[in-house]
Design a protein around this ligand. Structure first.
Ligand code: F6R
Length: 645
């Protein structure tokens, strides 16, 4: 008990770690954390404090719980506290927000399954205290079932703390746009965007249920405390609308503006569209470092439709940048400095230009021939995101290696795998005790949503390897410079991956040690829908931490690319590599070699275009933006950020 009390006295204030400044734009209390892990730990601590406080008063603690990707780390931390700090859930009663309808409890896509997998199976909550809307009730009983669910919450004294995520439609629970302020627990038709976002977990939108049962807006509003979690770039625009927009049924989460004890917990990416983050000069005085100057001036050009060298004092004064103007003396000085800075990011020599003065170039001239290691999270991100630069590096004589971090096997469709198995079997290659026949049987008899057999996964991985070789050979890379790491964290056969482990980091260290590169390229493209890029980058960062003391690492620069899911903003770019129209076509062809990922991308995220189209569009847009700033007019440009590790 003493220990519990002393823990409580250190009860949290979010502002200790996440800075909160009210601004005239923001209508809801929010706290921004460096990353989702830090935010989740704080939230778990608040929940644990509440559970303990209630327990000390011999009270039940009624929690409203959410599913989806947002609360996973909060649940992880609660489980950790239960195991390592004896946090007990014996006095906890839970009500989940929602469930698909119809939906069996055993289905791995059910919220029932999710909650047990992530939380309930690992803590000491009493099973009778768990309430999750039942996706198996009959249609006739559904209405009464919802009334009873609502009443049960009331009977337990109402929800003490409600955890929420937010959908891209602005839904909370499954209260889709149009939901009424006073709605209670009921059945609802899911919005197309919500079903689209769930499509990958259900292996296709057609498998996503059209209906759900959800607590209502009123049910949620009645909670004494509300915490809404939002992580990642994909949530940035709906978070801005929710926090800065007017209250409207079009964005149901805006109803929370009227709750007097609700906090939005965000990471930097989810907060990135908020006015105080995106354009802080519109909010109040700024301390102008070089990064902020670039961001502001490039924004000013886009806002005024002028190129850098055409900006005048009035433009700066009219757009909240009089402080910057006063610091620098004149728009003329500011403009010239910014123009030169952006100009110096452009280079056709991504590996450095031999024998040239490199004072203002993004890369060093020496050594003229560099060892280059391109990390590609999936077997195709290399050509999608930096196919043009990859090509130049090879043509300019550098020793280019590519390391595919994961096998990418889950992104090969069954139709595609079946085609290869049937071709192989048809050619009489059915040795290995009828392996091909077995693979064909496994595919044909596979049930919806079940995990592929090991053999099918091997075939799918092999298909991606062979496609990668086709692309790298086309770019002139010898096969022995192509490495498949098959990092174990990815090899679950399902969308949910394992946490990063020692084995992953060891494999990353080994390949870096072997090549001793002067340049590493890696994906900083963190908006991919299942987080593989983020884990792949974390694996690299962990490896770099270990290897940093080695002498050869002093010469190793890290460049981060984007392109498959998002692109760097112009003010972030340290190196922009232009492409001619011919090089654009060559890059397109290299992407085409990844045939299993063409003609209907299996895991396409929010963007319905194929990867080559996205890449071309993004590379073209970067070039247009450079041109609009008053720089040279190229067909396309690939962009990189230099990362200090
Ligand atoms: C889940 C729920 C939904 C999700 C929302 C965000 O119980 O009620 O409102 O919170 O769709 O989902 P993620 O967290 O997966 O982005």
């Amino acid at each position: 008990m003493e220990a519990k009390l002393s823990n409580l006295s250190k009860s949290i204030t979010y502002e200790e770690s996440g800075k909160f400044e009210e601004t005239r734009f923001e209508k809801k209390h929010n706290v921004i954390f460096q990353n989702s892990k830090d935010g989740s730990i704080k939230v778990a601590k608040e929940i644990a404090d509440l559970i303990i406080r209630k327990d000390l008063n011999d009270e039940k603690c009624v929690l409203g719980l959410a599913t989806g990707s947002s609360p996973i780390k909060v649940y992880e931390e609660l489980v950790r506290m239960h195991k390592e700090e004896n946090l007990s859930f014996q006095n906890v009663v839970t009500f989940n927000l929602d469930e698909y309808f119809p939906m069996t409890k055993e289905n791995i896509q059910s919220y029932h399954y999710f909650m047990h997998e992530h939380l309930f199976n690992h803590i000491d909550i009493l099973p009778e205290n768990i309430h999750i809307p039942d996706g198996t009730v009959s249609v006739d009983e559904l209405h009464q079932y919802c009334i009873d669910y609502e009443n049960k919450i009331g009977e337990e004294g109402g929800i003490d703390l409600q955890l929420l995520g937010i959908g891209r439609t602005g839904h909370i629970g499954f209260n889709e746009p149009g939901s009424h302020f006073n709605s209670e627990t009921r059945s609802i038709i899911l919005d197309y965007i919500t079903r689209f976002d769930a499509a990958t977990s259900f292996l296709g939108i057609d498998n996503v249920p059209k209906k759900a049962i959800t607590m209502g807006i009123k049910t949620v509003r009645k909670a004494k405390r509300i915490i809404l979690l939002a992580w990642g770039q994909n949530k940035a625009s709906i978070i801005k609308e929710t926090i800065e927009g007017d209250i409207s049924s079009k964005v149901p989460a805006t109803y929370l503006q009227q709750h007097n004890n609700a906090t939005f917990i965000l990471d930097l990416e989810a907060a990135s569209e908020l006015t105080r983050i995106k354009t802080p000069w519109l909010v109040g005085p700024c301390s102008w470092d070089e990064k902020l100057k670039s961001k502001a001036i490039i924004w000013l050009c886009q806002k005024t439709g002028k190129s850098i060298l055409k900006l005048i004092d009035e433009d700066y004064n009219d757009h909240g940048m009089s402080g910057l103007l006063a610091e620098e003396g004149s728009s003329y000085n500011l403009n010239i400095k910014m123009f030169n800075k952006v100009q110096h990011t452009i280079t056709g020599w991504p590996g450095g230009k031999p024998n040239a003065d490199d004072t203002y170039r993004p890369e060093r001239a020496f050594p003229a021939k560099k060892r280059v290691l391109i990390f590609s999270p999936h077997p195709d991100d290399d050509v999608i995101s930096m196919g043009g630069t990859f090509d130049r590096l090879v043509e300019q004589g550098h020793e280019v290696h590519v390391a595919y971090q994961t096998s990418g096997n889950i992104a090969v469709s069954n139709h595609e795998a079946l085609k290869f198995a049937e071709v192989t079997k048809g050619m009489g290659c059915n040795n290995d005790n009828g392996l091909m026949k077995k693979i064909i049987d496994d595919i044909v008899s596979k049930k919806d949503n079940s995990i592929d057999s090991v053999d099918v996964r091997r075939l799918k991985g092999k298909i991606r390897q062979c496609e990668s070789f086709a692309a790298t050979r086309y770019l002139g890379v010898p096969d022995e410079h192509v490495h498949f790491l098959n990092l174990p964290f990815y090899e679950t056969g399902s969308i949910k991956k394992n946490p990063l482990g020692e084995a992953d980091i060891n494999l990353m260290c080994a390949i870096i040690e072997k090549i001793k590169p002067h340049q590493i390229y890696a994906a900083g493209d963190l908006a991919d829908p299942h987080g593989t890029h983020r884990v792949s980058l974390d694996a690299l960062f962990e490896a770099l931490k270990i290897l940093k003391p080695k002498p050869y690492m002093r010469d190793c620069w890290l460049w981060l690319y984007r392109g498959a899911w998002q692109e760097w903003d112009i003010d972030e770019i340290d190196m922009a590599v232009p492409m001619s129209p011919d090089q654009v076509l060559k890059k397109r062809k290299a992407i085409f070699f990844h045939q299993s990922q063409k003609d209907g991308v299996m895991f396409q995220g929010n963007d319905i275009r194929e990867f080559w189209m996205r890449a071309e569009d993004r590379n073209n847009k970067t070039a247009v933006k450079y041109k609009e700033l008053g720089l040279a007019d190229y067909a396309a440009m690939e962009a990189f950020v230099k990362w200090e590790y």
